[in-house]
Design a protein around this ligand. Structure first.
Ligand code: PLP
Length: 403
């Protein structure tokens, strides 16, 4: 293990030497030779699209997240769209979600012609606040989409209880949270449907890709049809049964995840536990290093959860700093630390302002957090030296800007 030292130096943004010679990204995939071989093997086989690997991957994934069914998709966004469809969302309906997320969470409600309604987040986790959610439930509400922000499970017990009371379907956006646990159970078998993403910065990757897990066989069937044009059988099933006839029974899309991507997904899934362990180790080192730093607030962890640490978002305590978030961000980038910001609240985006009349000020907790958030590099392939570099750079930049 390398050592971490903090000596006063000129910031790179002011002409000093950067902490790193090259940029450390905020997230990155890890692909090994066996992953590559698994993909190559499928490329040499008969099935490139929906073949045997799709079902194998889905079965293994469902078992890992403790759900009866898992249905793969070409992206997390497609998976969200399918879940919104399976939940029966349609024009005139409302679905409640958090503004502190990627736009795709709310967009899937719009794809179905329904209206996303935002409720503010809790100040500690920045996850959907159960009380604020309760206040937004109306006669039009059909579903709720809690997000496991940064990999920290949402307040699932409270959200499920309220949803049961009001007959709402819970679509948990766990695109950040594969492998996270809530009250000792993995996310995936807790909500009505749980959505995952396999984008390269996530815990496992298939290039692009996503999954919906559910314990409800009806949802699983609807999800499978939706990703295949609304057709009730798959080409491979028809071929093996010697049949040509098929029926399109609902409106669907081509949202299928190819066989070679599923082969990669299975290989990656084998490494999930190791990936999670590494992310948790990095988070623990960051938190230990930053807890005492004036001007920094490390992410909170509620006792009933074991987060998956897709992101490590720190909040700046601006009253103790002489610089704002933009200046700290630029200074860290100059040190070659690939910081990012998650998220610009969804209602700040021009599309949402133009279509729903948001002006800012509607969700004060999310908006205040946004002005102070910086995501530090967090990926399972980070070397100890990378982690040290981030700690040194953050101390260097905040140290030079402390009040
Ligand atoms: C919270 C959240 N939901 C949904 C998505 C969409 O997933 P994908 O990029 O696989 O379409 C993302 C993507 O990063 C996300 O962060």
């Amino acid at each position: 293990m390398s050592t971490v030292s903090a000596s006063p130096q000129t910031l790179a943004i002011n002409g000093g030497t950067p902490v790193r010679a090259t940029l450390l990204p905020y997230g990155r995939q890890s692909i090994d030779e066996a992953d590559i071989q698994a993909v190559v093997d499928v490329l040499r086989s008969d099935w490139l699209t929906t073949g045997p690997k799709v079902g194998e991957f889905e079965e293994q994934f469902a078992a890992r997240v403790g759900a009866a069914h898992a249905v793969s998709f070409s992206s997390g966004t497609a998976a969200l769209h399918a879940a919104a469809f399976a939940a029966g969302l349609k024009a005139g309906d409302e679905a409640i979600t958090t503004p502190m997320t990627f736009a795709a969470t709310a967009n899937c409600v719009l794809y179905q012609g329904a209206t996303p309604v935002f409720a503010d987040v809790s100040p500690d986790t920045l996850n959907l606040d159960a009380e604020k959610f309760a206040q937004k439930i109306s006669s039009k509400t059909r579903a709720v989409l809690p997000v496991d922000y940064a990999g920290h499970p949402a307040d699932l017990s409270a959200i499920l209880e309220l949803s049961q009371k009001h007959g709402l379907i819970v679509i948990e956006d766990a695109c950040h949270a594969l492998g996270a646990e809530y009250r000792g159970r993995p996310v995936g078998g807790i909500a009505d449907m749980t959505v995952f993403s396999f984008h390269p910065v996530k815990h496992i990757t298939t290039g692009e890709g996503g999954m919906v897990s559910t314990n409800n066989p009806k949802f699983a069937e609807t999800l499978r049809r939706f990703r295949n044009h609304g057709i009730s059988s798959e080409a491979r099933q028809r071929q093996s049964a010697g049949q040509w006839h098929y029926e399109m029974v609902s409106l669907g899309f081509n949202y299928r995840l190819p066989d070679f991507a599923c082969a990669l997904g299975m290989r990656q899934l084998n490494k999930l536990d190791a990936n999670l362990a590494r992310r948790r180790e990095i988070a623990a080192r960051y938190t230990a290093a930053f807890r005492e730093v004036r001007g920094l607030i490390p992410p909170a962890v509620r006792p009933e959860t074991n987060p998956a640490w897709h992101l490590y978002p720190i909040r700046l305590d601006l009253k103790n700093l002489t610089a704002d978030r933009a200046e700290i961000f630029r200074a860290l980038r100059a040190e070659n630390i690939g910081v990012n910001v998650h998220y610009i609240p969804v209602h700040f985006h021009p599309y949402y302002r133009d279509h729903f009349g948001y002006k800012g000020g509607e969700f004060p907790v999310a908006e205040d957090a946004y002005s102070r958030l910086i995501s530090l590099p967090m990926f399972h392939g980070m070397a100890d030296q990378d982690v040290d570099d981030v700690i040194v750079a953050v101390r260097k930049v905040t140290g030079a800007n402390t009040r």
